[in-house]
Every structure is written in structure tokens, then in C-alpha cells.
Design a protein around this ligand. Structure first.
Ligand code: CA
Length: 534
């Protein structure tokens, strides 16, 4: 009897380990995703969703997205898609639809709702395990901000031969006023004065050297952090001190340290739209994250690799070298890879001939990167939008008939155009949709903490023009091997003596399978396969 049990146990062991020898594994994307469970610690290596508030979800039928609308879609964002952080574009009162020019930093724009709506959304986010970071543009205000209005009124009344004094109007020192025209300055109507306004005359640049301005900013940061927001996305860091990187980095450090002094665990990500050699320098400030512009947009690394115009082999080295670069500047650096944002043409338009495979691959590449990965709303369904800015901020395509709850009318002056891929409603039902691919990618990302937190180690033996291969490794985390096929045909690689012998995740067209037979692994067309050791 004992002997029989021994034989049975031995058979079971052989079965369990048979994957190492000759067992054939055939795995589809949905099967692999279904077997994975979330396993990520609650840290700053998140998966984030950028929401352009005006165009995301309208709760009251005026066609304008709002905070209640976002609350209605939190289950879609969190439970369905798997995002665990949202970044909302600015929600403060502002005369523009994009609201990057605040006329008040301490309340909510009435188009978007009330402070009660804000508090309820924040509580709902936290209840569902979603962090919320606010967009903060402090390089400039709106001309309608009372600080600017009072400074302008003072200068209009000041006799032409008098020198202005902050004793009479402290707000004079909040901006850069000059009697002489300088590049980047606008004329102040009704006076002989000019003011710095680098973006346009409606956005006067704040004087960030002013101690009074810094005191105001400290109060603003404290107000929102005390409410419990999880941090900020900082706008336009290169403009803090135009053409002066050292001064801009120093101001970013001041902001970071001020935030830390109020809320030590708050998360900060900065927008430094510049070359990698420039934006990486801002890690000197101690900021958590900087958007990874080198990988983003229509000519970024992600697009080039997804398009096939950049060698897949190079991607492994691109990833390894940038991780090393950021860490060498700040050991705490958390990269913020993204593919598109509200200032960029949307991804689907990068590949006119694409039936979805390359749009998916680009999302997969974005989500397999280290750090806190950001996805712009609508990219998860391959929305279109290019040309003027308004087109890049088109209404979230909830349903084709436009009748789905929450459909927005979009920014004024947006062109009318048709979407290339299906709506959210249709894609949720389609196992082969871009949306379901994106979901699977996020699931893999969260099942293997090392994907966001580890280091990329290129695997030279398999690298070629259309195969990228690297492991992700990190202390006390299960390592994975990631193989990416950027060609439109399935490709087989020989894993030989590799310890990675179990298919753990697949990102591909729904009908394709990753196949491991013996040591031969077939990676589907435009597919990504994630392997674990046994
Ligand atoms: Ca509304």
C-alpha cells in the first residue's frame, strides 16, 4: 500500500515538473491573464490613467465632463481596467476648457462640479484602492487670477513717472513686470508696462523667486494634501525659469521638499518636455518621477519599435541604459513611461495601415516598462485624434450611438471626425479588442511586481531586428523573461538552457497562442510572452 502511494506521489511530481522536459504549453492571452492574481505592493510603481476632465464623462447632461462623471466610471478605471492611480488635468477655476491657467487654486471649476463632489470622488477613489494626483500648473496663472488683476489695476493707476512699490500692492511682485519690452513679454493694456507670458498673453508667468508667491504655493499644496490627495503632476517644469535648467531644477527641489514636509509619502511626477539629457537632470531635485518623453509620441522609442522602424534588439539596451541613467542621478527615481498625452497626437494615427496589432503592441511596450506607467484616456481603445489640440482631447468614446451615459460633446472648436476602432461598450464584449489586450497587460504588470520595479537585463542570445529579449530582475522579487516579437509573423526562439520554462503571460491577438514545445518557444505575431522560472 505504501509503495503504491509512493509511486502515485512520484507520478504527480513528474507531472508537476514535466514542463521542464518535453511538455507542450499552448497559452492564449485570456487564459494566461485569468490565471494571474494581483501581487503588487502599495508603493509608487503604479499603473496610472490620465483623464482629460472636460472630455471624459459628463454626469449632468451639459456635455462637459465633470468630477461626478469620473466617480461614475471608477469601477471601469479600477476594477475593469486595473489602473490604481488617476491623474486628472486641472480642476481649478479657469476661463479655458483645458484649465491649465488657474484663476483660483483653492476651489473647483463650476463646470466640473463642487468641492463636495471633489471630496466624494477622493473618498471613492481611496475606497477602491485608486490614488488620485492633481495637475498643478504653477509656472503661470490666468490673467483672471485676482493676484494678476490687482497688480494690473495698481499699474493702471500708477502715475507714469512713479516707481511701483510692493508696500502698496504686494501682487506687483507676484509676476514679472517690465517697462521695457522683452522677448516672451506681453503688453499690459492701458499702461506702458509689459509682463512675462511665455505661453500666451492669457497666462502670465509667476515670479517664482518671490517669497510671497512661495508662501502662497505652500498654502495651496497644504490645502490639497490636507484633503488627502496623493500627490501632484507638475506642469511645464522647463518654463519655471525659461532656458535656465539649474534654476528650474532648484525650484523643483523646493516644491518637492515643501510637499514632503507636508505629506512625506505624496507622489510627484514632473513634465519636462525636452531631450532625455535635459529631463533626466530634474531627478537631481529628488522628485519621484519624470515623464519619459524619449519613449513617447509619434517619433518616440515605443512607436519606432511598434512600427518596426527601430530594431527590437535596440529596445533592450534603450531600457537598460535609461534605467541606469535615472538611478545614477537619483536612486529613488521611479520612471514615468507613457505613450501619448493630451498634447500629443493619439497613438492609433501613427500606423495608418494597422488593424490593431501595432496599436496593441505599443500599449504592451508601455505597460511592460519599469516605473509608474501612464496611459492617456482613450488609448486603451485606440482612439484617434490629431492636428489641433482640441482633437487630441476628443470625448471618451463610450458608445458608438453616443447614447451611453456620460458621453461628452468635446472641446469647442474640435474637428468632427470618426473613430477608427470600436467604442468602450463594443470593445468590452470583444475578446480580441484593444481594451481587452490593455487589461491583460495591466494584469500581468500587477501580477509580477518585478516588471515595474526590477532592472532590465538584455538577453543577447535572442536579440535581433524583430525579437527583443530581456529579463527583469530585482531583490526579493520573482524574475521574469520577456520576449517581444515586432514582426507580423510568429517567430520561434530556442530557449536552450534558460531557467525560464513556464509561460506566465501572453499579449497578442486573441486567437494566437504562445507555444512552448521542448525548448522551442513560439512568440505570436506582434506578440509579447512573459516567462517565469519553475
Ligand atoms: Ca457636466
Amino acid at each position: 500500500m505504501k509503495r503504491k502511494m509512493y509511486v502515485a506521489a512520484l507520478c504527480l511530481l513528474i507531472l508537476l515538473f514535466s514542463g521542464c522536459s518535453g511538455r507542450k504549453q499552448e497559452v492564449r492571452m485570456d487564459e494566461a491573464a485569468a490565471s494571474l492574481t494581483e501581487n503588487s505592493p502599495d508603493d509608487k510603481y503604479r499603473t496610472s490613467y490620465e483623464i482629460f476632465v472636460y472630455s471624459f464623462c459628463d454626469s449632468d447632461g451639459d456635455g462637459i465632463g465633470d468630477l461626478k462623471g469620473i466617480e461614475e466610471k471608477l469601477d471601469y478605471i479600477g476594477e475593469t481596467m486595473g489602473f490604481n492611480q488617476i491623474w486628472t488635468t486641472p480642476v481649478f477655476p479657469s476661463p479655458t476648457y483645458h484649465k491649465y491657467d488657474a484663476s483660483d487654486y483653492l476651489s473647483i471649476d463650476p463646470q466640473f462640479g463642487t468641492m463636495e463632489d471633489f471630496d466624494r470622488l477622493l473618498a471613492a477613489c481611496h475606497e477602491k484602492g485608486i490614488r488620485w494626483i492633481l495637475d498643478l500648473a504653477v509656472n503661470h496663472t490666468s490673467v483672471e487670477h485676482p493676484w494678476f488683476q490687482q497688480a494690473a489695476a495698481y499699474l493702471r493707476e500708477l502715475p507714469p513717472d512713479w516707481e511701483p512699490s510692493v508696500d502698496y500692492c504686494p501682487y506687483f511682485d507676484y509676476y514679472h513686470f517690465s517697462r521695457e519690452y522683452q522677448s516672451g513679454y506681453a503688453a499690459l493694456e492701458g499702461t506702458n508696462w509689459y509682463y512675462e507670458a511665455r505661453f500666451w498673453e492669457g497666462m502670465p508667468d509667476l515670479n517664482l523667486d518671490s517669497q510671497a508667491v512661495r508662501a502662497e504655493l505652500t498654502d495651496i499644496l497644504r490645502f490639497w494634501l490636507d484633503k488627502g490627495v496623493d500627490g501632484f503632476r507638475l506642469d511645464a517644469l522647463t518654463s519655471y525659469y525659461t532656458d535656465d535648467i539649474d534654476a528650474s531644477v532648484a525650484f523643483t527641489r523646493w516644491l518637492t521638499e515643501t510637499v514632503r514636509s507636508i505629506a512625506p509619502d505624496a507622489y510627484l511626477v514632473g513634465e519636462v518636455w525636452a531631450d532625455q539629457s535635459v529631463y533626466s537632470r530634474y531627478y537631481e531635485s529628488g522628485i519621484d518621477s519624470l515623464f519619459d518623453f524619449r519613449f513617447a509620441g509619434d517619433s518616440g522609442v515605443i512607436t519606432q519599435v511598434a512600427m518596426g522602424s527601430r530594431s527590437a534588439a535596440k529596445l533592450a539596451e534603450d531600457l537598460r541604459s535609461e534605467e541606469e541613467l535615472y538611478r545614477s542621478i537619483s536612486p529613488q527615481a521611479v520612471n514615468a513611461p507613457f505613450y501619448t498625452n493630451h498634447d500629443m497626437a493619439r497613438g492609433a494615427g501613427y500606423y495608418g495601415y494597422d488593424k490593431g496589432g501595432r496599436t496593441k503592441l505599443a500599449l504592451g511596450l508601455n505597460l511592460m516598462m519599469t516605473g509608474n506607467a501612464f496611459i492617456y484616456y482613450g488609448e486603451e481603445i485606440g482612439m484617434k485624434g490629431s492636428g489641433k489640440d482640441e482633437n487630441k482631447r476628443a470625448p471618451m468614446y463610450w458608445s458608438a450611438d453616443g447614447l451611453e451615459e456620460g458621453m461628452c460633446s468635446g472641446p469647442p472648436d474640435m474637428d468632427s471626425f470618426d473613430q477608427k476602432f470600436d467604442s468602450v461598450k463594443a470593445q468590452l464584449e470583444d475578446p480580441d479588442s484593444i481594451l481587452n489586450y490593455c487589461r491583460a497587460a495591466i494584469r500581468i504588470r500587477k501580477a509580477f511586481p518585478v516588471i515595474a520595479r526590477g532592472a532590465t537585463v538584455p538577453q543577447e542570445e535572442w536579440l535581433n531586428e524583430t525579437i527583443c529579449a530581456f529579463t527583469r530582475e530585482g531583490e526579493e522579487m520573482e524574475p521574469v523573461l520577456i520576449l517581444i516579437n515586432t514582426s507580423e509573423a510568429a517567430q520561434t526562439v530556442d530557449l536552450q538552457e534558460s531557467p525560464y520554462k513556464q509561460i506566465a503571460g501572453v499579449l497578442a491577438s486573441a486567437s494566437d497562442k504562445a507555444v512552448l514545445k521542448g525548448t522551442k518557444l513560439t512568440v505570436p505575431a506582434l506578440g509579447i510572452v512573459i516567462l517565469r522560472q519553475q
